[in-house]
Design a protein around this ligand. Structure first.
Ligand SMILES: [Zn+2]
Length: 139
């Protein structure tokens, strides 16, 4: 899907995932982010989600509804956390897609809204990724 944005005085056609990439922080009014938590730019945090005081959330993440991010959790960049997930401890690699309780990684994301297809290809913007130690990087 192409979305047109007036940018630097001219129209650029950007893909759906890139459109969300450049948008800024959204935190729903029912979400609670304890003071001390570190949150990156370009994140979305939805209804009734609670982020603990020593949690770290990377850039361009999408945290769903009713998600519990306890202290000592680090979420990498570009991750998507599905609804009703509880994260108690540990590190999520960049571009992870996680769901369920107990939580499992079920895939990879381009940015916070587009799931990557096989071979880590984004069907939305056409970017290709590869695995590295910290998660994914653009190829
Ligand atoms: Zn993409």
């Amino acid at each position: 899907m192409a979305i047109f944005i007036l940018f630097a005085g001219r129209f650029n056609s950007v893909s759906h995932c890139e459109y969300y990439y450049i948008n800024d922080v959204f935190v729903h009014e029912t979400a609670i982010i304890d003071s001390g938590a570190k949150t990156g730019t370009g994140i979305q945090i939805w209804h009734w989600t609670h982020v603990g005081s020593s949690a770290v959330i990377g850039q361009k993440c999408n945290i769903g509804q009713n998600v519990f991010v306890v202290d000592q959790v680090t979420i990498g960049n570009g991750c998507k956390i599905q609804n009703n997930v509880s994260l108690y401890k540990g590190v999520l690699l960049d571009h992870s897609l996680v769901a369920g309780n107990p939580t499992k990684q079920i895939g990879w994301m381009c940015m916070r809204v587009e799931r990557l297809a096989g071979h880590l290809h984004c069907p939305c913007c056409g970017k290709n990724y590869q695995r590295i130690e910290s998660g994914l990087t653009e190829r």
